[in-house]
Design a protein around this ligand. Structure first.
Ligand SMILES: *Cc1c(COP(=O)(O)O)cnc(C)c1O
Length: 310
């Protein structure tokens, strides 16, 4: 257990990467991981690059000095699915380990080790805790991977407190029931949002309109409460910020996975560098659908939509 997940991601990278090496990330990786790249990899002579969120340039981005592939599936902000078994097959042919950020799946909806990965890291801060009052990260590894990187957290003095561990154990008792409720509500709200004239696209992997919905169907056991609204291009970022301010039942917050609904502007273009996200999209707002009544949430979003044109 790690104090926060970002620490677990850093340890995974440090355990596998050495000076002169290269780490290959998927472009949809949790954005603060780019800070590890800037603050740690660069000064230590470690190269890094990003491959496209659909995996189409994955193989060609692997270098002779690549020492770790680090991915996230479904990806941050838009939940793009990767063909993880295929990524792992290609990486392992070259003896390169694969680490996966599995915060979306939270040890319940998606199982990266079963799909071939070597290390899976999960923010227990989110659904495992479930009450937004703990920050903790978890590393799950194959025996082989653990031999290589398992000693690092202790060696680096990273530890979680017993009180925090007790709070996460409390949350885990209801993990399955909570995720079932989050997923069911988020699907209902996604389907409703798809019918709204303000909305260009709803990004939610359980919708058949989602890119690589087939991979979600094949590899995931359900959905969580995350969905992202792409507004029509006619709306400005400022208008969608007013929409967020007008929501009464949604808090404004980044750290999802608790019982409550949250909304946040999502800067998809700013969070990506290897994909074709420069132009042609309206503003994005990420919602986390909590455990409140779906009808209440839909009427709240409806009244907030009405402020868009003011
Ligand atoms: C929240 C989140 C993290 C970071 O978790 P912390 O415990 O807050 O450090 C990492 N990856 C993803 C995908 C996340 O959503």
């Amino acid at each position: 257990m790690e104090p926060i997940l970002l620490a677990a991601i850093a340890v995974t990278i440090m355990g596998y990467i050495h000076s002169g090496g290269h780490v290959l990330f998927v472009d949809s990786v949790y954005e603060p991981v780019r800070k590890i790249a800037d603050a740690f990899l660069k000064p230590n002579n470690i190269a890094y690059s990003f491959f496209k969120t659909d995996g189409s340039d994955f193989e060609q981005k692997i270098q002779s000095n690549t020492q770790l592939i680090f991915v996230e599936s479904p990806g941050s902000l838009l939940y793009e699915m990767l063909d993880l078994p295929e990524i792992c097959r290609i990486a392992h042919e070259r003896d390169i380990p694969v680490g996966v950020d599995n915060t979306w799946g939270s040890a319940w909806l998606y199982n990266p080790l079963e799909l071939g990965a070597d290390v899976s890291v999960i923010a227990a801060t989110k659904y495992l805790c479930g009450h937004s009052d703990v920050m903790m990260g978890i590393m799950v590894a194959t025996e082989k991977a653990w031999k290589q990187i398992g000693a690092l957290p202790e060696a680096l003095g990273q530890a979680s407190s017993p009180d925090d561990a007790a709070l996460v154990l409390r949350g885990m008792r209801t993990l399955g029931q909570r995720l079932a409720a989050h997923g069911k509500a988020a699907l209902a709200i996604s389907q409703w949002l798809e019918t709204r004239p303000e909305v260009e696209k709803v990004w939610f992997p359980e919708l058949p309109s989602h890119p690589r919905h087939d991979l979600w169907k094949r590899d995931c056991k359900g959905s969580n409460g995350l969905l992202t609204i792409e507004f029509k291009k006619q709306y400005t970022a400022k208008q969608t910020e007013n929409f967020i301010d007008a929501l009464a039942l949604f808090g404004i917050g980044a750290s999802w996975g608790g019982f409550e609904s949250l909304a946040l502007p999502a800067n998809v273009v700013g969070a990506r560098t290897a994909s074709d996200w420069r132009e042609g999209h309206g503003p994005f707002v990420r919602l986390h659908i909590g455990l409140e009544s779906v009808d209440d949430l839909i009427s709240d979003i409806t009244q907030a939509f009405s402020t868009l044109n003011q």
